[in-house]
Every structure is written in C-alpha cells, then in structure tokens.
Design a protein around this ligand. Structure first.
Ligand code: ZN
Length: 390
C-alpha cells in the first residue's frame, strides 16, 4: 500500500491516520456509537433523522466542495466525507461543529421537514423490498436485538412527528458528541493530526452510558418476517472480532453465501435452490442472511433437518482459492482516499479487508468462524424451528 497507517493516542476513542503523500483528496470517516438501537421506544426513527440532519448540517456549513454520505446501523452512525486536500481543516472543524449544533437544537424547521420527507421516501422503498426487511428482522433475531422497532413502528409518514426535543435528547447522548472511531486518509503527516485526537476525545467526566436514557433498551414490537409463507430464512451471526481477524470474518461470510457453500448444500439435499442472501452489519456481529423458496411443508421440515445435520463447513480447497484473492483486493481498496478510509473503518470494526496485512487468513480460522456462526443460526419458517417466531 502506498502510505503509512498510524494510530493516534487518546482514550475513549480511536483515531487512525493514513499518511498518503501526494493524495489530492482527504477522506474522513467518523463513526459514532449511536444507532437505531438507541432510539427511544416512543419515538422510533430519531437516530435516522439525526443522521440526515447531521449530513444536511455538515453540507451547509462547508464552503469547500464535499462528497459526503452517512449510514445508521443498530449501534453506530457513521459519516464519511471527501474533500480536496487543502480543505481538510475546514472539514474537521465542520465535523466537530455539527454535533454541537444538533445538540443545541439550532436546526431550521424547514430543513427538518425536508429531511423527514426524504426519510419517508426511503422507508417506502424499504417496506417495498420484503427481502431487505426480512434480512434486518433476521439479523435482529440472530442477535436478539430490538431492531424491529425501526421497521414496525417507524411507519411511512410518521417521521415528521419526531419533535425537536426528541432529537435534542438523542443528540445529548454521549455517543453523539464524540466519535468512537475516526479514520483520516490524507497527504498531511500524521503528527499534524495529533491535536485532532484531543479534540475528538470525550472528556472523562461526561461519560453517560446511552442505556441510562429513558426509553432506551426496551424491546420494540415484533412482527412477522415478510415472505415467510413461501420461503425459509436463515440468519447466521458471525462475531466481529479484532482487526487481525477481520479478513477471516469477511471470508467466512462469503463462503457461507458461496454457490458451493453450506447453504447451497442444504438446498441440494432438500431439492430446493438456495436463493442467495446478504450480509447485515449489526451489534457486535455481521449477520449472514439467506433464503430458500419452498413449495410445500415437507421441504420446510427437510431444511430444518438438513441445517441441524450439517456443521456449516466447506471444502478447504474452496476456502484456499477465495483466500488467495485477498492480496488483489487489498490493492483495490487502496485505489482512492475514500475507498481506503472505508476499508480501514470496516477493518477496525472487525469485518473487511485489511489494507496492511500480508499473507492470507488460515483455512482453520475461517472454518472455525463459519461453524461457530452455524451453531448460533436461526431459522424462520422451518421445522423444527430453532427460534420462536417474532
Ligand atoms: Zn436515510
């Protein structure tokens, strides 16, 4: 890789700087320990609206051109932004100012309503895609998290009912003020970012666990997984570990979804085709979700039996073949400052490609991760179901 990675000192949050001499752009990803799992039960959707307002505010206060996006997951909200290298200081100032402005409640009502409408359009797309909703519900089941609240309660047309004080309460949570992780890819030497590590570090006195917020941490309502009348779904949680194991976790997820992997094998045994699936990032895990389309109840039963008989293994030759492609992927993620920042952010969370590693993850390690996930998998729509319905 062209560049060096440094971890800046600082408690309570980690700052990673990649010094990339000659890069024309600077990319920053700030990840906050705040997601829709922290939504108050009486105001679901607050975290999502917070994400939209964060991005709108960031764009409004930047004078330099910026390419930015944000994403809310169960436990995190991350903002990624790329600017021309000479605007890097302005970007960092904007990233520290934005949460303050949101906490103070200085957001224009017109902006709030505009973003509420944007969310309603997004949600109509979410609800229009049963597989997407099923994937997130399975992820919630597999990790026993209250994510269904996002889908069951944050209905289309309701985002505008989220009051300014709901947002302010949310913004006052410790996780909203300071990123738990920040990744910077820039042509500036790492020492020049030292001050940033201090600015971004949470003051020791202000640590308030998010769970102490009234309304947090309670389960939302539960609803069925859409499409379960014609499919059997599986959710396989793979633990996020540490950056050293990130590649093994990613390869394990890929292997599970592979055309010759264990989920396809279940389909072969039962005589139904595995329809593929996706990987849902969630609390402390990534959840591999997949489904088989079934025609009768005998197949429902057979899938349950096949899953309980298999161990989630795959041929070592296939794992080796996939692992051998990793060095090429490492080169690919280093192509731009933005792709590199994303790769490092994923890698730090314990899932993804390591930009610095040499060698490839071992077959045993990948095998172990797949088998451990398989044991904790949940099935919806199969008999014997290993987990109760929602
Ligand atoms: Zn959105």
């Amino acid at each position: 890789m062209n560049g060096e990675i440094f971890q800046l000192p600082g408690e309570g949050g980690s700052a990673i700087v990649v010094h990339r001499p000659g890069s024309p752009t600077t990319s920053v990803i700030a990840t906050y320990a705040l997601g829709f799992g922290h939504d108050p039960t009486d105001a679901p959707g607050v975290a999502h609206l917070y994400e939209h307002l964060y991005l709108a505010t960031l764009r409004a206060i930047m004078t330099a051109p910026i390419v930015a996006q944000a994403q809310t997951h169960a436990d995190t909200m991350s903002v990624s932004a790329t600017v021309l290298a000479e605007a890097d200081r302005e970007l960092v100032t904007a990233l520290t100012t934005t949460p303050q402005m949101l906490a103070e409640g200085t957001i224009d009502d017109d902006v709030r309503l505009r973003e509420c409408r944007a969310i309603d359009v997004e949600l109509s797309e979410w609800f229009g895609n049963p597989l997407l909703v099923a994937g997130h519900k399975l992820a919630a089941l597999a990790t026993r998290r209250p994510q269904p609240a996002r889908f069951d309660e944050c209905r289309i047309g309701t985002s505008s009912t989220i009051a300014t004080q709901d947002l302010q309460t949310h913004a006052a949570l410790q996780g909203a003020a300071f990123p738990e992780r920040i990744v910077i890819v820039s042509p500036r030497p790492a020492e020049e970012w030292l001050l940033l590590a201090q600015v971004m570090r949470p003051p020791a006195s202000a640590v308030v666990p998010a769970t102490s917020h009234i309304g947090c941490g309670r389960l939302g309502s539960r609803g069925g997984v859409p499409g379960a009348d014609s499919r059997v779904y599986i959710g396989i949680p793979l633990h996020l570990s540490n950056p050293e194991k990130a590649e093994a976790v990613q390869l394990a997820a890929q292997m599970l979804l592979h055309g010759q992997g264990p989920l396809a094998e279940v389909g072969d045994r039962v005589g139904v085709r595995f329809r593929g699936g996706s990987v849902v990032p969630t609390a402390g895990c990534v959840v591999v979700t997949g489904s088989w389309v079934i025609e009768n109840s005998r197949q429902r039963e057979a899938i349950g039996v096949a899953v309980s008989q298999l161990r989630g293994q795959i041929s070592p030759a296939l794992i080796t073949a996939q692992a051998s492609l990793v060095p090429e992927r490492r080169c690919a993620v280093a192509a731009t400052s933005a792709t590199l920042a994303t790769a490092i952010d994923d890698w730090q969370s314990g899932y993804g490609i390591s930009p610095t590693a040499v060698g490839t993850p071992s077959v045993d390690e990948i095998d172990y991760i797949m088998c451990a996930g398989w044991k904790r998998s949940v099935l919806v729509g199969a008999h014997p179901a290993r987990s109760g319905p929602f």
